[in-house]
Design a protein around this ligand. Structure first.
Ligand SMILES: Nc1ncnc2c1ncn2[C@@H]1O[C@H](COP(=O)(O)OP(=O)(O)O)[C@@H](O)[C@H]1O
Ligand SMILES: C[C@@](O)(CCOP(=O)(O)OP(=O)(O)O)CC(=O)O
Length: 195
């Protein structure tokens, strides 16, 4: 266990395919709850930081949703997997070490080892949330199938073998996101109140 100033009361551990809207939905939650209550943590944050450093790349562009990230994605996945094989909790520890808010929203769990790390460290607090939408919606958001990425563990590692506590449908023209997020926001506020 890390040496923290305070323990989180609730961790919403999000996963979903690329362009399903993980960043969009987690940003929405963070804005609704406010930064005193809630932070968004990205496991890909420290990964991209170190990858950019080692490869002399533009970190801001790697952090944004444009084509630059996609150009390096397959290689970043491979690089990250090598680090994770040596230490499965490596990026989880780095991403969470500065967090102090009572509610943590982790935007990008991808592998069973990510889920297992949070469940082992924070068994009472961790809730698994899946964001999903149709491939058609993902395509409208700029996705196209890329072999070596969309069929890799990075995208498929949580397709089976995990029981999600919450499922959010983020289809264009689908069920209202606001309505779907209400129970999660309520849980977050109640958990923080017990702080
Ligand atoms: N419900 C939504 N309404 C409008 N735009 C959305 C919605 N969900 C996602 N998007 C847009 O689709 C793109 C991909 O979403 P993003 O959150 O980056 O996906 P992911 O993090 O899962 O790859 C972004 O440009 C985002 O703003
Ligand atoms: C190498 C990665 O960390 C890159 C992830 O970048 P993002 O988390 O920005 O990706 P999406 O939101 O799905 O578009 C993936 C991994 O396997 O760890």
């Amino acid at each position: 266990m890390e040496n923290r100033r305070s323990e989180p009361r609730l961790i919403l551990l999000f996963s979903g395919k690329r362009k399903s809207g993980k960043d969009y939905v987690t940003d929405l939650i963070q804005r609704s709850l406010g930064s005193a209550l809630c932070c968004v943590l990205r496991l890909s944050g420290p990964l991209k930081q170190r990858y950019a450093q080692e490869h002399g790349l533009d970190l801001d562009q790697l952090l944004s949703a444009g084509p630059y990230k996609e150009q390096y994605r397959a290689n970043m996945i491979h690089w990250g997997e090598t680090r994770r094989r040596a230490d499965p909790g490596f990026f989880c520890r780095l991403a969470t070490k500065e967090a102090w808010q009572p509610v943590w929203v982790v935007s990008d769990a991808r592998r069973l080892s990510d889920v297992q790390w949070f469940q082992a460290e924070f068994p009472q607090q961790t809730q698994l949330v899946r964001v999903g939408c149709s491939d058609r919606t993902r395509q409208q958001r700029g996705w196209s199938f890329t072999a070596g990425v969309d069929d890799s563990e990075s995208e498929c590692g949580l397709d089976t073998g995990v029981q999600f506590d919450w499922i959010v449908n983020n289809d264009a023209g689908g069920a209202s996101l606001d309505e779907q997020l209400q129970p999660l926001l309520k849980l977050a506020r109640e958990s923080a109140d017990r702080h």
